[in-house]
Design a protein around this ligand. Structure first.
Ligand SMILES: [Zn+2]
Length: 200
């Protein structure tokens, strides 16, 4: 696993490539800006390592507690946080739930002080309208988030591979041991599946 700082640097270094690809696909300067914004957010703030006490998690400041249920409900680097498409989908839905809750609280407060007479229906209709009207912007943002997450997954994968190779060259006998350990793990996995099967 790479450190948070390595992930941050890679996100920044790959940004020019994202600018080129996004502009080539969208042929629009502002949409390219939104893709890049999503990419930086996906790499630095809304990244896959929110499933542990990471740099990304700390960047949420006093709001970081909203990620505790997320952290608690999945294993680090599980497919729910580190799976292509799935990871971003889960995080976007998760943040949306919190945003919806915050929206409801704000509307309720405004109604209570008598400034507005908004209903939840108005809120849902407003969001629906915003989504429909500005869908290319939302799509660009989500595509950027996914690209940011993909750069993270790729870095994690490459660094794990490099570490394994380094261990093998440092100790060639470790390969045999590694294979034995892998066999053991697979046997354990088989047992786990059996237990799961029994539960079902
Ligand atoms: Zn990771």
């Amino acid at each position: 696993m790479s450190s948070g700082r390595t992930h941050d640097r890679i996100t920044l270094w790959t940004l020019p490539l994202v600018v080129l690809v996004a502009f080539r696909v969208t042929l629009d300067g502002w949409l390219t800006v939104v893709v890049c914004l999503g990419f930086l957010l996906g790499g630095w703030v809304l990244g896959p390592d929110l499933d542990i006490h990471s740099v990304q998690y700390k960047r949420w400041g006093w709001l970081r507690w909203i990620w505790l249920p997320y952290r608690g409900s999945m294993r680090h680097r599980s497919r729910w946080s580190h799976g292509p498409l799935i990871g971003t989908t889960v995080r976007v839905l998760y943040v949306s739930v919190w945003l919806a809750l915050a929206g409801l609280v704000v509307v309720d407060m405004l109604n209570n002080v008598g400034r507005t007479a908004l209903t939840w229906g108005d809120l849902i209709r407003g969001i629906g309208w915003g989504m429909q009207t500005y869908w290319p912007w939302w799509l660009a943002l989500v595509a950027g988030l996914e690209l940011g997450a993909l750069s993270h997954y790729a870095t994690d994968w490459l660094s794990s591979r490099a570490k394994r190779r380094k261990r093998r060259t440092a100790n060639p006998r470790a390969k045999g041991r590694g294979q034995r350990a892998q066999g053991k793990r697979q046997r354990a996995k088989g047992r786990g599946q059996k237990v799961e099967g029994r539960r079902q």
